[in-house]
Design a protein around this ligand. Structure first.
Ligand SMILES: Nc1ncnc2c1ncn2[C@@H]1O[C@H](COP(=O)(O)OP(=O)(O)O)[C@@H](O)[C@H]1O
Ligand SMILES: [Mg+2]
Length: 256
């Protein structure tokens, strides 16, 4: 297990437990006896080179890919035992911020935010839906975009709307895939701040995939280095930054 300052979450409940996870495609071993726990209200960054298996890991956790070996527990449920209906109920408690944002181009901002509410919570009254949309937009400071189309938004605004949508069902766990990729540094730091704000306000736990080291530094409670299918090392950003291990140092020295 990890030690020192990253330890401060370890007495909390585990919201994700991955044990002995292996996944390969043909002869290509992507994950090889990989282990990870994420604790309540903890932000874990998964750091790794392009193609190292970060997305495969997240897809296994949310049951979009089936592991070859190993077990995965999400919010206490062994996901391999869930039927489609139970998986759907579990996914309601998970939020996703995709690298591409995945906003619906033909829908307004309002309709994009409304979509998960209508799909997953059929009991909501119109007034409640309006209140949830207002709250979500206020969280990201974009109340005025309600009736805009995604094509009218800047890259940073689109990312904020995608974040607002990821949070609209008040998920317990949020997955962020490269949340600052392609953004200018000022906007990227604003997204970092929003990620932290969501955690504080809604007590979410997160897995954040990133190799933007500023983003990693600002948003992580703990960093996992995924290398050759395994957790090569882990610790706080500061602990990893001081590492003398060449494989760890690479991430802090070069622009990835
Ligand atoms: N469905 C798939 N079929 C075959 N190979 C895949 C599939 N998904 C991912 N891979 C391979 O697994 C490796 C890890 O991919 P990925 O997790 O997407 O990397 P990243 O760390 O950049 O997110 C890559 O070599 C990729 O080509
Ligand atoms: Mg990826």
């Amino acid at each position: 297990m990890f030690e020192k300052s990253a330890d401060k979450y370890k007495d909390r409940p585990r919201v994700i437990v991955v044990e002995h996870l292996s996944k390969q495609f043909g002869d290509h071993v992507v994950l090889d006896d990989f282990n990870l726990s994420v604790f309540k209200e903890e932000n874990v960054v998964v750091l790794g080179k392009s193609g190292s298996g970060k997305s495969v890991l997240v897809k296994c956790i949310v049951s979009l890919l089936k592991p070859d070996l190993g077990s995965i527990f999400v919010l206490g449920e062994d996901i391999s035992t869930l039927n489609d209906e139970e998986l759907d109920a579990l996914r309601m408690k998970l939020g996703f911020l995709f690298q591409s944002n995945a906003l619906y181009d033909s829908m307004t901002v309002r309709e994009n935010l409304e979509f998960p509410l209508l799909r997953y919570d059929k009991s909501l009254q119109k007034s409640e839906i309006d209140a949830r949309i207002s709250e979500a937009l206020a969280n990201v400071g974009l109340e005025h975009t309600l009736n805009m189309m995604p094509a009218e938004l800047s890259g940073g605004m689109a990312k904020r709307i995608a974040l607002a949508r990821a949070m609209i069902l008040k998920p317990e766990i949020v997955f962020y895939d490269e949340p600052t990729a392609g953004l200018d540094p000022v906007t990227a730091r604003e997204i970092d701040a929003l990620i932290l704000k969501m955690k504080r306000k809604y007590h979410t736990s997160s897995i954040i995939i990133s190799h933007d080291m500023e983003c990693v530094k600002h948003t992580s409670d703990r960093v996992i280095l995924l290398l050759e299918g395994k957790c090569y090392t882990q610790g706080t950003y500061q602990e990893l930054e001081q590492s003398t291990d060449e494989k760890v140092k690479q991430f802090f020295e070069s622009e990835m």
